[in-house]
Design a protein around this ligand. Structure first.
Ligand code: GLN
Ligand code: ZN
Length: 765
């Protein structure tokens, strides 16, 4: 460390903050730039304005040294790859921004990098490609310029960068790497780049750097723990560097805690919402950055519990400062913007800015609390045995909302239920009469500006229900006609009535509230408004039946009804924490089950129940995963098993690393499963588990996250690869995901190519 003692860590901090803009300014600026409607200069200006606004807001709320480099044009992992020079040759472009967008979105000539979920959140990061020959070279322009921008405003900041171990653990081996290679093999070289980064930041006069290491809350093996030790001993030994704050979040550090404790880093962040105090005394002599205000939910913190935890850390480890449990990236900006919420609910809520205030208030309380005043805090993870990854932090004034006598139908036996898969397929084949390799889509068709405008006009009272209904019906009729013309086999109504696959259902179910401005970034410029599930869930009336029935009336081909599954509805909502998560999921499953029954009664013979978030709620550590999968699968089966044998149940698992949970996917007992495959270069098909998968499978042959249109030959190659592991009578042809983010021009061309590829690949009759 430098001769001078480190500057003290601020008493109150946050690990990160949203960046899309309170009114999604960055989304609009990005999309304008991508569409050629704005210049790079305009995009840069929007970024600079958003950063300035954020820092001023945070200091206004009482944070002394706000974080910097938490801004990103696309993704913080991708930014780290750019920082370290880990840019595949195919993506290099004239500016940093264009290189970044080429990596994230691909170009006409180059496929993008893979995208996957950030731990157990609904945020997606870009997976860096690291090979034995990746030439790391520090390119620190972004963090350095943010430090300078803040300083020009009179503010000192703490740059935040993904740490070296998490960066390498999240990376994938570059194509062509030897089988024995893993990105972690490049630790020594990556550390050289980090050393240069620290030197560059020290030269800027930066006092503290935050290195995010969320991967340390997963099960680590010996090699990974050794990498943690190596990394922080090496960076700690650097002569001229800022003080180091290693932040962990989304769970407990476990075995990584004593390892970090043994390195010269000055501060360690622990998540005390999902994790606990175990081992914290080992951090004596360092600053413990205690995450006591949840960055993953929208509930007000329980101050007494939070303060007790802070005092317990102080007692055991000495120096504690107050923080959020993770970045506030995962919650909306400001509750003040939500004027339409029920006041009783509103009192229970805190969004990002309210959470910043909670952190600041707790720091003041801690400062005035006498030493050794309060006994050790309760071990928080033990509070909810049924849901080990969700800890209740009840605000004191939260009314009990669940009547235990009103228990969900979990225990109800599966009654008559469905026959085994083999019996059902025969019934479905006779009923549906589909060709081999049937072509279908995942549900949504492009959401045109016109449709969104109609929905906005309806919400604003400028369009009446009847006129809106007509608008949606016209869209459905067009989508059906298009699919007939292109020759698809199982049609969809296109989901034009839905703003979002979860929000739409939340708006039609009791027990949920929805927000107007509560946007949370999902990936790139995409955001969702997670609904707030605050009470008991019930379905007052059928939700989707009239749209699907209308679509059916327009065609002789089968039309697939589209529902969102119970796990996904819960995963993409902010959920009450006074009930075990499992019970909440089963309440939603009851509602979906009723909808399945009503669709079937309306004559719908194919029903898809999407569970793209099935993998997302999987506990990060192996302990608990089996139990979670057991009840999650049970909830899905409960939701779908009301259907008869002739009704074909589909599920869509999206970008869920399905290979890792294929056994559970089989247990879902869906007749057909569609899953992302094209974007990851058909990696899934190489998995041994796919060969053993005994039901219908539709590995995506069209990467819908890219504007690129696949040729029939490309799609055909993917189908041939699939036919090497799956029999023709169980292979389906479909895109990776829904088409709502694409244009009609792209979709028409791509689907025509898919139909062509399927025709060529079908076995001759
Ligand atoms: N049915 C939804 C759609 O097509 C599924 C979206 C998803 O998996 N994320 O949009
Ligand atoms: Zn999907």
């Amino acid at each position: 460390m430098t001769a001078a003692p480190p500057q003290p860590f601020p008493a109150a901090t946050i690990l990160g903050y949203p960046r899309i803009g309170p009114r999604r300014e960055l989304k609009r600026a990005l999309e304008a730039y991508w569409d050629g409607r704005a210049t790079l200069g305009e995009l840069r200006r929007t970024g600079a304005e958003l950063r300035e606004r954020t820092w001023k807001r945070l200091t206004g709320l009482g944070l002394r040294t706000p974080p910097s480099n938490t801004f990103s044009l696309y993704d913080q992992v991708l930014d780290t790859a750019l920082l370290l020079g880990a840019v595949p040759a195919r993506h290099r472009a004239g500016t940093d921004e264009d290189t970044c967008f080429a990596m994230a979105r691909g170009t006409g000539a180059a496929a993008p990098l893979r995208m996957t979920k950030w731990f157990d959140t609904n945020y997606h990061y870009i997976v860096p490609e690291i090979g034995p020959d990746t030439a790391f070279a520090l390119h620190a322009a972004k963090p350095v310029s943010e430090v300078r921008q803040a300083r020009a405003l009179g503010l000192e900041t703490r740059p935040v960068v993904i740490g070296p171990v998490t960066f390498l653990l999240l990376a994938q081996a570059a194509p062509g790497s030897p089988a024995s290679f893993t990105p972690l093999d490049r630790l020594a070289d990556v550390l050289t780049a980090y050393e240069r980064l620290l030197a560059a930041l020290a030269a800027e006069g930066v006092g503290w750097v935050q290195l995010d290491e969320p991967a340390l809350v997963t099960d680590l093996g010996g090699a990974e723990l050794a990498a943690v030790r190596t990394a922080y001993e090496r960076l700690g030994a650097l002569a001229d560097r800022p003080a180091l704050f290693v932040a962990s979040y989304f769970g407990s550090l476990g075995q990584a805690l004593p390892v970090l404790a043994g390195t010269p880093v000055e501060a360690v962040g622990v998540d005390l919402v999902r994790g606990d105090l175990t081992g914290v005394e080992a951090l004596a002599g360092k600053t413990v950055v205690a995450g006591v205000v949840s960055g993953r939910d929208v509930w007000r913190a329980d101050r007494e519990r939070a303060l007790a935890a802070l005092l317990a850390v102080r007692e055991r480890a000495g120096h504690v400062v107050v923080s959020t449990s993770c970045s506030l990236l995962h919650v909306p900006y400001d509750l003040e913007a939500e004027t339409g919420l029920d006041p009783a609910l509103r009192r229970r809520l805190a969004f990002a800015d309210q959470k910043v205030s909670e952190v600041v208030e707790l720091a003041a309380l801690l400062d005035s609390a006498p030493a050794r005043a309060v006994p050790a805090a309760p071990d928080r993870t033990r509070a909810v045995p049924a849901a080990p990854d969700r800890t209740p932090v009840h605000a004191p004034d939260r009314a009990p909302v669940h009547d235990p006598s009103d228990a969900p139908a979990v225990a109800e036996p599966e009654r008559a239920g469905r026959s085994p898969y083999g019996v059902r397929t025969a019934a479905q084949a006779a009923h549906l009469g589909l060709p081999p390799l049937p072509v279908t889509t995942i549900g949504s068709f492009p959401q045109t500006g016109e449709l969104r405008a109609a929905r906005a006009a309806l919400a604003a009272g400028e369009l009446d229900e009847g006129a809106y209904e007509e608008r949606v019906r016209a869209e459905i009729a067009q989508v059906i006609a298009l699919q007939e013309r292109l020759g698809l086999d199982v049609l969809v109504h296109g989901e034009p009535e839905r703003n979002d696959m979860v929000q739409y259902f939340a708006e039609h179910l009791g027990g949920f509230a929805v927000t107007r401005h509560g946007w949370v970034q999902s990936y790139g410029s995409r955001c969702t408004r997670p609904p707030i599930l605050h009470g008991d869930v019930h379905r007052p009336e059928p939700i989707t039946v009239r749209w699907t029935a209308y679509a059916r009336s327009l065609t002789d081909r089968p039309v697939k009804g589209m529902l969102t599954g119970p796990v996904t509805i819960v995963a993409w909502s902010f959920v009450r924490d006074d009930l075990p998560l499992r019970d909440v999921v089963f309440q939603v499953a009851d509602a979906v089950r009723a909808e399945v029954r009503d669709l079937e009664a309306a004559g719908v013979s194919v029903i898809q129940v999407d569970e793209p978030a099935l993998r997302e709620l999987l506990p990060l550590r192996r302990a608990g995963q089996e139990e979670y999968l057991r009840w999650a699968v049970e909830a899905y089966r409960w939701a779908t098993s009301a259907a008869g044998d002739r009704t074909q149940i589909h599920t869509h698992l999206c970008y869920s690393d399905a290979d890792q949970i294929l056994a559970a996917v089989d247990a879902l007992d869906a007749d057909v499963t569609s899953v992302e495959s094209a974007r990851s270069g058909a990696r899934l098909l190489g998995e041994p588990a796919v060969k053993g998968f005994a039901r219908g499978l539709g590995p995506g042959v069209y990467d819908i996250h890219s504007p690129r249109v696949p040729t029939a030959a490309e799609a055909g190659e993917l189908l041939e690869a699939a036919l090497r592991v799956l029999p023709a009578d169980r292979l389906w042809v479909n895109p990776d995901c829904g088409l709502k983010t694409r244009t009609y021009e792209q979709v028409e061309a791509a689907l025509a190519n898919l139909v062509e590829a399927a025709r060529r690949a079908r076995p001759p009759v």
